[in-house]
Design a protein around this ligand. Structure first.
Ligand SMILES: NC(=O)c1ccc[n+]([C@@H]2O[C@H](COP(=O)([O-])OP(=O)(O)OC[C@H]3O[C@@H](n4cnc5c(N)ncnc54)[C@H](O)[C@@H]3O)[C@@H](O)[C@H]2O)c1
Length: 364
C-alpha cells in the first residue's frame, strides 16, 4: 500500500465539506497547531496523507463535479476556505443508489438525480470505479435513517476489499453479523455513529458518569439538540430517528452503574431552526439526589459548529483503519470504535477506551 491513504467518500454533505476544507486550512496555515485529532501522526500518517480519490452522492448538482467543487454545492453551507482558494482535484463524485437516503423534509434541498440506471448497472459501475481509483477505505457520512444505503455500502466494501468507517447510526460495526463478515475478509471496520470532539453526547455521558462516580443518585436526565442544517431538517422525520435515539441514549446509559428507567431519560435531536445554520445548540439537564435525599440539578448549554466537531475524529478513524489494514487486522477495531464512536460493539469508559487505543496505536 502507498504512503497516502486512498479514501472514498459516501455522502458529500456538510461534514465532508468541513473535513476537507479543514485540511486545506491547515495546508494554507502551516504554522497553526492542528486542533481536534489524537496525534499529529498515527502510524506514519498526518492529516495531509489522506487522498480523497472518489466520492458518491445522489445530489444532481454534485454528481459529475470534482470532490473539491461538490463540497461547495447547495445545500452544503460550510465556507471556511473560499471556493476559489481550494486546489483543483481530478477526483470525481459519482452516483450512489438513492434507496432510503433521502428523507421527505430534505428532498427538495438535495434534488436527487433521476437515474436511468438499473440497480445492477449502478452496483457494477460503482465496483469498477472503486477498483480504478484504488480506494482502500470508504467513509460514510450519509443522512440519519439511511439503513438500506448503509448496508449497500457495507456490502460494496466487502466486495471491493475496502475498510469501512461508518459515521452514522445505522448499525454495522455494532452488528454481530456484519462484524463477522468484515472479520472473515480481514477488512477493518470502525463504527457506528461518530462522536463529536466536544459534542452533546460526550459532554452528557461524561457528566452523567461524574455524578454516578461521585456517588449521587441520578433520577432523570434529558438532552435536547437543535440546529439549522440538512442533518437537523432530515431528523424532523421521526421514523428516521430510531437508531439515532438508541445510539445517543445507550451512549449515556452505558456510563451509569444502574440504568435509568426508559421514561427517565430523553436524548434526542429535537428541532430544526433554519437560521442556526451549522450552529448546534445542546441543552442538557441532570436531576438527582445527594446525602439525606437532598435534591440537586445541573444544566448545560453547549454551542458548537457541528461540522468542526467530528472532522478530526473521522480523520483519526481513517488513519486507524489504515493502520489496521497495514497490520492485516480485520473486523471491528474494538478500542477505536469505543473511543471514536457513540454506538461501538463494546462500550467502555472514555479514559479506558483511550488507553486501549493508545496501546493499539503503539502496536502492542
Ligand atoms: N458532528 C457531526 O456533524 C455528526 C456527528 C455524528 C454523526 N453525524 C452524522 O453524519 C451524517 C452526515 O452529516 P452532514 O451534516 O454531512 O449531512 P448532510 O445532510 O449535509 O449530508 C448528507 C449527504 O448525503 C447525501 N446522500 C443522501 N442520500 C444518499 C445516498 N443514497 N447515497 C449517497 N449519498 C446520499 C446527500 O445528498 C448529502 O450530500 C449525518 O447522518 C449526521 O447525523 C454528524
Amino acid at each position: 500500500m502507498g504512503k497516502k491513504i486512498k479514501v472514498g467518500l459516501i455522502g458529500i454533505g456538510n461534514c465532508f465539506s468541513g473535513l476537507i476544507q479543514g485540511i486545506e486550512y491547515y495546508t494554507q496555515n502551516p504554522s497553526q497547531e492542528v486542533i481536534g485529532i489524537m496525534h499529529n501522526k498515527i502510524g506514519d500518517f498526518s492529516i495531509h496523507d489522506l487522498d480523497f480519490v472518489v466520492g458518491f452522492d445522489v445530489g444532481d448538482n454534485k454528481i459529475g463535479k470534482t470532490i473539491n467543487e461538490a463540497i461547495y454545492e447547495s445545500p452544503n453551507m460550510v465556507n471556511w476556505v473560499p471556493k476559489n482558494k481550494m486546489p483543483k482535484t481530478s477526483a470525481k463524485v459519482y452516483e450512489s443508489p438513492i434507496l432510503d437516503g433521502v428523507g421527505i423534509w430534505v428532498e427538495n434541498k438535495i434534488n436527487p438525480i433521476k437515474s436511468n440506471k438499473t440497480d445492477t448497472q449502478l452496483t457494477e459501475e460503482i465496483k469498477k470505479i472503486i477498483k480504478e481509483t484504488g480506494a482502500e477505505i470508504l467513509v460514510s457520512y450519509l443522512p440519519v435513517g439511511s439503513e438500506k444505503v448503509t448496508q449497500f455500502w457495507a456490502q460494496i466494501c466487502l466486495d471491493t476489499n475496502c475498510a469501512f468507517v461508518n459515521c452514522i447510526p445505522s448499525f454495522i460495526a455494532s452488528n454481530d453479523e456484519w462484524g463477522k463478515k468484515f472479520a472473515a475478509k480481514n477488512l477493518p471496520l470502525i463504527g457506528d455513529d461518530i462522536k463529536g470532539q466536544v459534542g452533546a453526547t460526550i459532554v452528557h455521558r461524561t457528566l452523567a458518569r461524574l455524578c454516578d462516580d461521585r456517588g449521587t443518585k441520578i433520577e432523570r436526565t434529558y438532552q435536547i439538540n437543535v440546529g439549522g442544517n440538512t442533518d437537523f431538517l432530515n431528523m424532523k422525520e421521526q421514523e428516521r430517528l430510531v437508531s439515532k435515539r438508541i445510539s445517543k441514549t445507550e451512549s449515556v446509559q452505558s456510563q451509569l452503574r444502574k440504568r435509568l428507567d426508559d421514561d427517565q431519560i430523553y436524548v434526542g435531536p429535537s428541532d430544526f431552526i433554519p437560521f442556526l445554520g451549522n450552529t448546534k445548540l445542546m441543552f442538557m439537564r441532570i436531576e438527582g439526589r445527594q446525602w439525606a435525599n437532598i435534591p440537586y440539578n445541573m444544566e448545560v448549554r453547549l454551542e458548537v459548529d457541528d461540522k468542526a466537531n467530528s472532522a478530526g475524529i473521522v480523520i483519526d478513524a481513517i488513519r486507524l483503519a489504515r493502520l489496521a489494514l497495514d497490520r492485516g487486522i480485520g473486523g471491528p477495531v474494538i478500542s477505536a470504535c469505543a473511543y471514536l464512536m457513540k454506538h461501538p460493539p463494546k462500550q467502555m469508559s472514555d479514559p479506558d477506551a483511550r488507553n486501549e487505543l493508545e496501546v493499539f496505536i503503539k502496536g502492542n
